[in-house]
Write a protein of this length. Structure first.
Length: 399
């Protein structure tokens, strides 16, 4: 397969990715690679395409041309070809795409890629340096291999929901698909590690990342607390299990998140609230003491904050060098990020249309900043099979 003529240079512009994944974890991994310059060919089923194409609202566009914003958020910088892997001719095209790729990514049920001759062992017979990456729900061995994995399900099974929500409320999932996101990030990191290994040795390899293992790793201090100290914590609302003050506090007109997470910040916090006496109070002098008296700490902090507005306290605390911020809506979060100079929105004005709409395409800018090879948005998320003829021609050309 020859390179797409409009590929822009990037840190990974030398890589070609055959993307057999769908929904979130796999697509986020391949989109990261695409943002960094890789040529990503997304293989979709004819007609339906990626599952997320039908996941709405919200939608962009109207009627039959409407496109799910869920899909649009995960599939920029890719080319799409529709192939029915049950059809021998289409399966042959898929195999040739995979054999011409540096990396092959999938998140099918365990054994599916092998059934189609697209797994690492099958491909390595002709392409020994190929890197394959499988995203699974619960691993490829043992009883979990036959189970399908979805973010919500794994949040429930991994303990994430058990530690999320108010102490007297129900277990609660995180508001976005953070397990899928974590898994995609781990997959992208693992792929880049395999690429570096191949650069050093010429050897390809198989990479696997599961939702369940990623979720357990994402428990961070909660997981290490269980393994090392045999704790099994429950829900603590917005309080931190090991730090005080590190939570939202009510002000005179709203709520303010405050993170005085070190002894130095605690001292500054007490001074900023004109309560230097807290530093000598045996209930609050140390973090351990504050943890033991968290309810009293909360009551005293909020009694002080009640004397001013959220905006007033935010200005005062930030001036004192104390991490603090409002609890924003999603809309306000983007406005805040813009005001802070983060430039959070990427706008592609290429004259094309998405969902039947010709407006510039807006997406969340990659958080990665690189001085020499920054991530770029070069392609809108493709329509299903938008590049089918183009990719098939490249397959024919490559022989």
């Amino acid at each position: 397969m020859t390179s797409s003529p409009d590929r822009s240079a990037g840190a990974l512009s030398h890589l070609r990715i055959a993307d057999f994944s769908r929904v979130l974890a796999g697509p986020i991994a391949t989109m990261i690679l695409g943002d960094l310059g890789a040529d990503v060919v997304k293989v979709e089923q004819p007609g339906l395409g990626d599952d997320t194409r039908s996941w709405g609202p919200p939608w962009w566009g109207d009627g039959d041309e409407a496109t799910s914003t869920y899909y649009l958020g995960l599939n920029r910088n890719k080319r799409s070809i529709a192939l029915d892997l049950r059809d021998p001719a289409d399966r042959d095209v898929a195999r040739r795409i995979a054999l011409d790729a540096d990396v092959v990514v999938d998140n099918f049920r365990v054994g599916t890629m092998a059934r189609f001759g697209l797994d690492r062992d099958s491909l390595a017979a002709e392409h020994p340096s190929v890197i394959t990456c499988s995203v699974t729900g619960f691993g490829s061995e043992g009883e979990g291999a036959s189970l399908a994995g979805y973010d919500f399900l794994v949040q429930a099974m991994s303990g994430v929901m058990a530690i999320t929500g108010h102490a007297d409320g129900e277990p609660t999932k995180i508001g976005s698909a953070m397990v899928d996101n974590l898994t995609g990030l781990y997959a992208a990191i693992a792929i880049l590690g395999a690429v570096e290994h191949r650069r050093e040795t010429g050897e390809g390899q198989h990479v696997e990342v599961s939702l369940m293992a990623s979720a357990l790793a994402g428990l961070l201090n909660v997981g290490s607390g269980h393994l090392i100290a045999d704790t099994d914590p429950g829900r603590q609302g917005n309080r931190h299990p090991s730090i005080v003050p590190y939570q939202p506090y009510r002000t005179g007109d709203g709520v303010l998140a405050i993170a005085a997470a070190s002894p130095a910040l605690w001292e500054k916090f007490a001074v900023a609230l004109d309560r230097s006496d807290w530093q000598d109070d045996p209930r609050f002098a140390t973090n351990g003491a504050r943890m033991a008296h968290a309810d009293e700490m909360e009551a005293e902090v909020e009694a002080v904050l009640a004397g001013g507005t959220t905006a007033e306290w935010l200005e005062r605390l930030r001036a004192a060098g104390i991490p603090a911020g409002p609890i924003n809506s999603v809309r306000q979060a983007f406005l805040d990020a813009e005001a802070l100079g983060l430039d959070p929105v990427d706008v592609l004005d290429d004259g094309e249309a998405t969902g039947g709409r010709p407006e510039p395409f807006r997406s969340v800018r990659s958080p990665i900043r690189m001085s020499a090879t920054p991530p770029t948005v070069r392609r809108r998320p493709p329509a299903n099979d938008q590049h089918g003829a183009e990719v098939r021609a490249e397959v024919e050309e490559s022989g």
